[in-house]
Design a protein around this ligand. Structure first.
Ligand code: AR6
Length: 204
């Protein structure tokens, strides 16, 4: 079955995490954040983000799972979009998914290492996905760990770009979003998010 957004608990900072943060405490923002372990295709939410490739015509990983769950009409709409550049985002309907929309973004390929170019592109994926969501009045958005699978971006570096981009977007546009869900698939990614969230959403 699918998972209603109301069943996903909001993240609460763990007492004891006391790494100094460059961000200010903001309880309003904290209450919009969740870490959810599981399949992003099951979420009843306004928008899920797809870690796509430039063709937008489908592939393996989370992209494959989203296309399988949405059904063939998703590919038809994707084919009409003429691809997507790295770091950018394009929106479609969700078709057979419980999510209303799919936001397709293309992460950087990190073979050959991560430099400033890859870091910027990955941040843009998160920022532009949220921008696209809010332009379409989507108030709840779930992200997979973009680029950290087939595209080889080290998860322990990617988490910082993800969290910084979401924190900064919420600082600028918190009134346009109710919930941002980090949908993690691997136990190691769950740990990385729980470890690093207090750096970007510091407790009191
Ligand atoms: N729900 C949530 N997360 C998932 C799911 C799922 N159902 N399935 C996998 N993941 P990847 P990339 C996680 O490889 O690195 C495709 O072929 C997975 O464990 O899907 O951006 C595209 O067409 C990992 O943490 O995306 C592109 O060609 C994360 O999703 C290329 O792969 C991202 O892994 C994009 O590679």
């Amino acid at each position: 079955g699918s998972v209603p957004l109301d069943d996903i608990p909001v993240w609460t900072p763990t007492a004891g995490a006391s790494t100094p943060s460059r961000y200010l405490r903001n309880e309003t923002l904290d209450q919009k954040i969740s870490v959810y372990s599981g399949d992003i295709t099951k979420l009843e939410i306004d928008a899920i983000v797809n870690a796509a490739n430039k063709s937008l015509l489908g592939g393996g990983g989370v992209d494959g799972a989203i296309h399988r769950a949405a059904g063939p009409l998703l590919k038809n709409e994707c084919a009409s979009l003429h691809g997507c550049e790295t770091g950018e985002a394009k929106i479609t309907c969700g078709y057979g998914l419980p999510a209303k929309y799919v936001i397709h973004t293309v992460g950087p390929i990190a073979q050959g290492g991560v430099g400033e170019r890859e870091r910027r592109a990955l941040r843009s994926c998160y920022w532009n996905s949220l921008q696209t969501a809010t332009e379409n009045a989507a108030r709840s958005v779930a992200f997979p760990c973009i680029s950290t699978g087939i595209y080889g971006y080290p998860p322990e570096q990617a988490v910082h770009e993800a969290l910084a981009a979401v924190r900064e977007f919420l600082d600028a546009h918190h009134d346009k979003l109710d919930r941002v869900i980090f949908c993690v698939f691997l136990p190691t990614d769950k740990e990385l998010y729980l470890q690093n969230l207090p750096l970007y959403f510091p407790p009191g």
